[in-house]
Design a protein around this ligand. Structure first.
Ligand code: ZN
Length: 414
């Protein structure tokens, strides 16, 4: 009997020592190069299909890490040629896009934490995580998948009867793109606010900002109550559901980048559906604010807005700058610090040849004369670029939206 117990223990110990990687879940992506079972090192790279966007997103589950045992995730950039400016290139994407200073991990698949800063080793970066005895989920940044949209919308509806989920469209691959409408306005045709995130599927941080905004919007906060009593607000947490669900990068996907699809003949049904809803608000002269949430490049040190300088005319220009000032006033006071710039960057021909087909440009061209149309970039290489930091930005973005609408409604129309 004693021998049997000893054998069983031995079997358990050897099973526990066997590191295993899986990605067969929503948003999962990793191409495993090698697993060193002795040194506990997993060598891998992102597994996205470059035809479905920049292969910089990765998200894997690791089993077999014993409690208090350290595992090293040794990440390389994808070695597949990527696309850029709407064309195939013969070169892989710069690996820095796939290599946040700190990776994100979870022991329950829900609560996401930063690893310590990764160590660069020539072309690779090494992240170390200490096991708890159970599975570990490790990702480029905090994952947010269509299932998280479902949870967010269900919780918002439970919290506030005036919050109603809707299906914006079915994607090209048949998945639902879902959003939330919130309004307790009693006046007819209140100002319309439209916020969407994740036109680029790898940019998961933008979803957490949208989530923070949504949770604030349905909360008991006095400014949230004011906004929903005086506006009609729409939030779509994930636009490119197909690539977010399949763990692909989305940006620069074929046949079109999702955020270069905003013309008269969009390829993506969710872009066409968003255009239709935005046009309806414009027709009633009430599209007040349009926000497109993204993540910027690896070296960007602050949150910042992007505005469309070449298409903007007055009174749009003044309104955009007023919104940026309100947002800066709120977001720059977040503790712990979230670096925020009060100087918007601009897009135009020098940024991308298809700049006119970006959603914020399309809204500038098709909006009301005083519509605010902006992109907000969420930094990801900073110690407070966490789910709580992003949530705080979403909340303060909400308060800034209330500040803006309240200030505007107190003044006669320009
Ligand atoms: Zn983007």
């Amino acid at each position: 009997m004693r021998q049997l117990i000893a054998l069983t223990l031995l079997a358990c110990a050897s099973t526990a020592a066997e590191l295993r990687v899986s990605t067969d879940f929503e948003g999962g992506s990793a191409k495993v190069e090698a697993i060193d079972q002795t040194a506990h090192v997993i060598r891998f790279m992102p597994d996205g299909d470059p035809q479905r966007g920049w292969p910089c997103w990765w998200y894997l589950r690791v089993d077999g890490v014993a409690k208090d045992e350290r595992v090293t995730l040794s990440l390389a950039g994808s070695d597949r040629p990527s696309r850029n400016n709407g064309q195939n290139t013969s070169k892989p994407l710069a690996p820095s896009w796939a290599m946040p200073a700190r990776a994100t991990f979870s022991t329950d698949g829900k609560t996401w934490l930063h690893t310590p800063p990764g160590k660069r080793d020539e072309a690779r970066i090494l992240y170390e995580i200490t096991g708890t005895g159970g599975p570990l989920w490790v990702a480029w940044g905090p994952p947010f998948t269509p299932r998280d949209t479902d949870t967010l919308l269900a919780e918002a509806e439970k919290k506030l009867p005036a919050a109603k989920s809707f299906e914006l469209a079915r994607t090209r691959e048949g998945r639902p793109v879902r959003g939330l409408r919130v309004s307790e306005a009693t006046i007819p045709k209140p100002p319309g606010i439209w916020i969407h995130a994740r036109q680029h599927a790898w940019e998961s941080g933008s979803c957490w900002v949208a989530r923070g905004f949504t949770e604030w919007l349905v909360s008991d906060d006095a400014d949230a109550k004011w906004l929903r009593a005086h506006a009609e607000v729409f939030v779509v947490p994930i636009m490119d559901v197909d690539n977010a669900a399949t763990g692909n990068g989305g940006k620069e996907a074929a046949p079109r980048d999702h955020n270069r699809d905003w013309d008269d003949n969009p390829v993506y049904p969710e872009v066409a559906a968003a255009q239709q809803r935005l046009r309806a608000l414009v027709k009633e002269n009430r599209l007040a604010v349009f926000l497109d949430l993204h993540n910027p490049g690896p070296g960007d040190p602050t949150f910042f807005f992007v505005l469309e300088s070449q298409l903007l005319k007055e009174p749009m220009i003044t309104q955009c700058h007023r919104f940026v000032d309100f947002a800066y006033g709120r977001i720059s006071k977040i503790k712990p610090l979230i670096p925020m710039s009060n100087k918007p960057k601009t897009t135009g021909a020098s940024y991308h040849p298809l700049w006119r087909n970006m959603s914020a440009s399309w809204v500038c061209m098709n909006g009301n004369p005083d519509t605010v149309s902006l992109c907000l970039e969420t930094i990801w290489n900073y110690e407070n670029s966490t789910t709580s930091g992003y949530g705080a930005v979403g909340r303060e973005l909400g308060r800034a939206t209330a500040d803006f609408v309240r200030d505007k409604s107190a003044k006669p129309r320009e």
